[in-house]
Design a protein around this ligand. Sequence first.
Ligand code: GLV
Ligand code: GLV
Length: 321
Amino acid sequence: MKSSIFITRKLPEAIVKSLEHHFEIKMWEEEDTPVPRSVLLKEIQDVEGIYCLLTDTIDEEVIKGAPNLKVISNMAVGFNNIDIQAAEQQGIVVTNTPGVLTETTADLTFTLLMSTARRIVEASDYLRNGNWDTWSPMLLTGQEIHGSTLGIIGLGRIGEAVAKRAKGFGMNLLYYNRTRKFEKEEEIGIQYADLDTLLKESDFVCVMIPYSPKVHHFIGKDELALMKPNAIVINTSRGGIVDEEALYESLVNKQIWGAGLDVFEEEPVSTNHPLLSLSNVVTLPHIGSASVNTRLKMAQLAADNIIHVLNDKSPLTPVNS
Ligand code: GLV
Ligand code: GLV
């Protein structure tokens, strides 16, 4: 008999086909709405695999509600939506999709950095709104990118890929990481700094750490207070790492110059959110990995992880490897 799995969102046809070959599939058939909690709890009761997204909260209640569960496959590199400890206690394998999205997410991070520094969204709106009367000396002037200092907090795969892009733009590089990465310092040409030094010296502070409760509001009032008046904060990791209220205050008080945010403490972020009222903030709807190619690769890797585990093979990318 085939194992059964539940897929929490409508996936591209080709991905579903690759899973149908192995499993009985139940799938939430909507593409743009997360599965309601009540449906999730009902559908997982007898499945051996859950294929989920970062919008699904897979907590202890869900895990305990699926006594046959062997694998939870998250179509994301981040997995703070899953209670890893509860899964481990039940002997359930949890997998994510690292690697395949590294370069694409680094591209978006750099796009956001440049868009914020050079006020791209504001400038485009300015033109479209009919405000462009003449070229003028200081119109829509932003911050320099080349020659400036980029501070990367979290030199993981994506942080490193961002650093390589920055090198091409002639930026100076600092990083802060829990453990120092000597070999990377030489390979990339990046310098280690303690957190305070990085915050004080960087023109751009790029947050590239995975979310866990331990790093909740890692960048808060005190950290923002150390930054330069021309500093720009970029976050493409997870909301919650940067304290949004403190960030808003520091932007309004001109303690720092701007921010580029792809992620928010609550997603989707409300259009009434104070940060969205500021012209020096560039905001995106969590699209770091959103290229057609990469999303398909993530979807396939998430599928392959389930296929491996339920066929008694080692998972390709377990989260705790
Ligand atoms: C997206 O945010 C991911 O974690 O893959
Ligand atoms: C994510 O894959 C990271 O290590 O940065």
